[in-house]
Design a protein around this ligand. Sequence first.
Ligand code: NAD
Length: 326
Amino acid sequence: MENVLVTGGAGFIGSHFVRRLLASGDIAKVTVIDALTYAGNLANLRDLQDDPRLEFVHGNILDQVLVDALMSRHDAVVHFAAESHVDRSLTDAGSFVATNVHGTQTLLESARRHGIRKFVHASTDEVYGPLPAGCAREGDPLRPTVPYSASKAGGDMIALAYGHSYGVPVCVTRSSNNYGPCQYPEKLIPLFTARLLRGEQVTIHGNGQHVRNWLHVEDNCQGVELVLRKGVPGEVYNLGGGTDLTTNELTGMLLRITGSTWDSVRYVNDRPANDIRYAMDWRKAAENLGYQPMHDFQEGLERTVDWYRHNPQWWSTVPAALPAAV
Ligand code: NAD
């Protein structure tokens, strides 16, 4: 892969991935296309702006003309651009279907026309739906429960269909919950961190027993890069291997790291659709591609909180994402 088009590269995971790709040395050009929605932030790429191999294009993946023009200059695509927040999908499902399904299809159509050599579609463990016990494998049925996961599942399906129908060399990655620096403070870890650092309350929905698998963003990016380089077209790869925690356990860790107490925590009614547990079996990526998450969760979390502590200008510019505790 020499010339890689990265969609959503000004977002959380995309920006970490661009940094990783440029550091790998054998890449001639990385082009980021990003619409800079509320979740996109050029500051995430600022340390890379002098790299002549990086080009930023402010644009929407739904813009077929623009996408076609870009696609013709690249041989691989890594597709992160998405509406990514479950809560927002409950109030604005349409924009999730537009970007996550139609936007994905727009890219695939262009990839088909231009003979792209590899198309990696970044998806999520949430497409498998809640699993009270056991672990989802790549061939398991998809049972998404909210518009976010349903739109991601739609993107997965159309991506794999472009592989079957037109021979587009598509791979899908499904990763668990990512954490790390530069994550917009609407997702649990950065939201709780920002609020606790401000001395504000955090709210837990339900009884706090929901289980999530927390994967450091750099571990996810390792997996995505392996899939880009070695993934077999038509295959799906689960990228898990983080740490399973209930919301209560995770909150306890964040309280300790920020020097706060349980007085800062309030429990509120659960959301109508709040999946109890996600879990994936990621042996396929480990055995076939050599994927191996490296980050210890306690250390990764402390370093993440440290990053938010030392970069208040990054998250204080997005106050709209930090509504008062309810
Ligand atoms: P994010 O919300 O931080 O970033 C999304 C980026 O996409 C933003 O920069 C935004 O401006 C851009 N974007 C949105 N709509 C666009 C459009 N129509 N055209 C062009 N750009 C657009 O998301 P993230 O957390 O970095 O997630 C990246 C991908 O990984 C998403 O596809 C998400 O579903 C998937 N994923 C995320 C997680 C997680 O824990 N964050 C876990 C598994 C999978």
